[in-house]
Design a protein around this ligand. Structure first.
Ligand SMILES: C[S@@+](CC[C@H](N)C(=O)[O-])C[C@H]1O[C@@H](n2cnc3c(N)ncnc32)[C@H](O)[C@@H]1O
Length: 221
């Protein structure tokens, strides 16, 4: 994602109580970092936080961790999240943001840091075979997520046909069950509970289909 210089970002990141500039203290302590003890859902590559802002404010009974490799985009996420909570007249008490490279995620999340749901939205498709292993849905990544994600759901959205079809296979090969598979989210029953992301809004405006699936693992309930 191309970023313009943001002279305000450093100050706003430093002042934000739910932004962890250093992700390493999260390891083994994720649950105690939230004011309320409740399930944690994780968004990988949360970008400017458009999705997280609208989802988290609507679900105060869930704690949300948003990770993106770029701290500058997280400065925009903070603005979006603050705006959503101000509108709802609530303090931001169920969100944490941290900058980190997801390909090394087990450095910051351990088996003690259990997550019950993972959201992956419009991640880079890496469409050259040599790059497949960089995909956030690649089996190599799914094996890493298993460290802190013993059971639950992965909610995945993309505009990329090949990434989607390959990812369905990745999930099944890794032992997930596909609970939902939609090749046109905006003409499916799942639209009612959809929270659009920043990238998604652009694709929808262009009339492009959004691919969506839910892959479940382990016993639910
Ligand atoms: C195409 S954008 C999508 C952003 C947002 N999810 C959306 O749908 O609007 C992909 C995001 O993933 C982040 N990203 C890509 N690779 C990453 C990695 N290895 N670790 C963490 N974040 C990553 C990028 O910085 C970018 O913000």
């Amino acid at each position: 994602m191309r970023m313009r210089n943001k002279p305000w970002a450093k100050g706003e990141l430093e002042a934000c109580p739910y932004y962890l500039a250093d992700p390493f203290p999260i390891r083994e302590h994720l649950h105690s970092l939230f004011p309320k003890s409740q399930p944690v859902h994780l968004e990988l590559g949360c970008g400017k936080g458009v999705f997280l802002a609208s989802l988290a404010v609507e679900h105060p009974q869930i704690n949300y961790l948003g990770i993106d490799i770029k701290s500058l985009v997280l400065a925009s996420a903070i603005r979006n999240i603050n705006a959503a909570y101000e509108k709802a007249d609530r303090p931001v008490d169920n969100v944490l943001l941290t900058p980190y490279d997801i390909s090394r995620i087990t450095n910051i999340l351990s088996p003690a840091d259990t997550v019950e749901r993972i959201y992956i939205n419009f991640c880079n498709p890496w469409d050259h075979p040599k790059q497949f292993k960089k995909r956030l849905t690649h089996p190599r990544q799914l094996a890493q997520y298993a460290t802190f994600f013993p059971k639950g759901e992965i909610w995945f959205k993309t505009d990329d046909t090949m990434l989607f079809e390959h990812s369905l296979r990745y999930f099944e090969e890794a032992g997930y069950t596909l609970k939902a598979v939609e090749r046109d989210l905006y003409h499916s029953p799942w639209l009612a509970q959809n929270h659009p992301t920043e990238h998604e809004l652009r694709f929808v405006e262009q009339g492009l289909p959004i691919y969506f699936c839910i892959a479940t693992k382990g016993q639910q309930g």
